[in-house]
Design a protein around this ligand. Structure first.
Ligand code: EPU
Length: 436
């Protein structure tokens, strides 16, 4: 098991380049099997979750070819998938829930699919009733048996679907099935996240007819089949936001490149509100801080609201800001697991239901901490970067699910962070010597 060791207290300064959006990539990779022609995907983040999705695609007979020179380019061909054996194993679902996107993609293409049913995970119970509602409205019979979710249809026929809950996953999954259904589908109360738009743009580049993605009403006219495409994934707004907060937390000056600044508006506004300076460029944002930041109230909401995937990192920044802040998590019921770890570093945070009451302390001190989930992991690294002394972050495989070359990018900004096999005394000593 690998760990990060961090010596905190160094302001991050310089430029960082953001990779492709993990959550868009997971949808796009699943969508790529919906044609028998070869699809080329560029700007693919080379992280654990996208690699698991590629392995799941190979497991059902899809052909995946990595570009030998650039790990961010992949060719996917779904022609050899055997429709009689479209079965996504629990092993994949356990690693990434998003392998359920293959359910919508396979149902659309072959009119049947079987995917292991995802259970809850570290951040919440994560129901899939809205996915089921979407498939059933299009005419699929959906059964849950022996731990599998099985969807089958003689034909899929367009319909009007009003989602009871705004769900990224259900919007994407239903969009997959609907774009190869007969006739027109309208999806209402849909999620508006940038990756919904990216998946829709990708499907349109394959010949689908989807309009309105990015609003809460998506209109889809079913087509007979999809064709090849050469598509580049949008930048990852959460990776970008994480670096923006790390710049602010260390009172640094970082230009975050290869981003779509509009996607970062909710975060930029909050940062400015508490005293950071944020400058926007065409495809970059620069974050500068030179004193202690202030307090605020923030509530996570579906896009364009403040993203739940930035909540742990932002709350961690607020833990050393002046005054009292209040953070309300309205998407996932279990997203404060990192708070216990932060308390061990000196933070003063009380959790009441879905609300965190944060009393800003002067500073954190380094400690050994354990990562409970992906974004909480980024938050604990952020805590380590601003803490006095040394922090060892355990279970970093969660972080590697969504952040590519995390420590390399941070080192380029001047951070002292290293990935080590075992944080035993010798390894810690070597690191201390190197950074002293
Ligand atoms: N929900 C239902 N029924 C459903 C589906 C969702 O009640 O059938 C509820 C959930 O319980 C939750 C809310 O709706 O309270 C939103 O869930 P959503 O379906 O939007 O989440 P998701 O698609 O499972 C994606 C991201 C998450 C991100 C959320 C919210 C991917 C692969 N995952 O999850 O990303 O937190 O949207 O923005 O796109 C991460 O990257 O760290 C991560 C967890």
């Amino acid at each position: 098991m690998e760990q990060y060791i961090i010596k905190g207290g160094k302001p991050l300064v310089g430029d960082v380049a953001i990779g492709g959006a993990k959550n868009a990539a997971l949808g796009i990779l699943a969508g790529a099997i919906m044609t028998d022609e070869t699809v080329v995907i560029d700007n693919l983040p080379n992280v654990r979750d996208t690699n698991t999705m590629l392995a799941a695609i190979q497991d059902i007979g899809g052909i995946v070819e990595r570009d030998g020179k650039d790990p961010h380019v992949v060719k996917v061909n779904g022609a050899n998938i055997n429709p009689e054996r479209v079965y996504i194993d629990y092993d994949y679902i356990k690693k990434i829930r998003a392998s359920y996107y293959l359910l919508g993609a396979l149902l659309g293409k072959y009119k049947k699919a079987k995917v292991a049913l995802p259970g809850g995970c570290n951040i919440g119970s994560r129901p899939i009733d809205q996915h089921k509602k979407g498939f059933e409205a299009l005419g699929a019979r959906v059964k849950i048996e022996h731990g599998m979710i099985c969807a089958e249809a003689d034909e899929l026929v367009g319909n009007h679907i009003y989602f009871d809950v705004v769900s990224v996953g259900a919007t994407i999954n239903t969009m997959f099935a609907a774009c190869l259904a007969k006739g027109k589908t309208t999806l209402e109360n849909t999620a508006k996240e940038p990756h919904i738009v990216d998946v829709a743009n990708f499907l349109n580049s394959m010949g689908a007819n989807i309009k309105g993605a990015g609003t809460d009403l998506i209109r889809i006219r079913g087509v007979e089949k999809l064709h090849s495409s050469d598509y580049s994934i949008i930048p990852d707004q959460i990776e970008a936001g994480t670096f923006m907060l790390m710049a602010a937390a260390t009172r640094g000056d970082v230009r975050v490149n290869n981003v779509i600044p509009k996607h970062l508006d909710a975060l930029s506004a909050k940062l400015e509100e508490i005293g950071a300076r944020v400058d926007e460029f065409d495809d970059a944002v620069r974050v500068r801080v030179d004193g202690r930041l202030g307090h605020t109230h923030v509530k996570t909401l579906p896009y364009p609201g403040f993203p739940t995937d930035m909540q742990p990192q932002f709350a961690t920044l607020l833990s050393v800001s002046s005054g009292s802040s209040i953070v309300t998590e309205s998407i996932w019921e279990n997203r404060y697991k990192y708070v216990g770890e932060l308390s061990r570093m000196g933070a003063n945070i009380n959790i009441e239901g879905n609300t965190a009451i944060i009393n800003g302390v002067e500073g954190l001190t380094g400690a050994a901490v354990t990562v409970p989930d992906l974004r909480a992991g980024a938050a604990l690294v952020l805590a380590g970067l601003m803490a006095e002394g040394y922090t060892v972050v355990d279970q970093i495989e969660y972080i590697e699910r969504g952040y590519e070359s995390f420590e390399a990018k941070l080192n380029l900004l001047g951070a002292h962070i290293e990935k080590i096999q075992f944080a035993d005394d010798k390894a810690v000593q070597r690191f201390k010597l190197r950074v002293s």
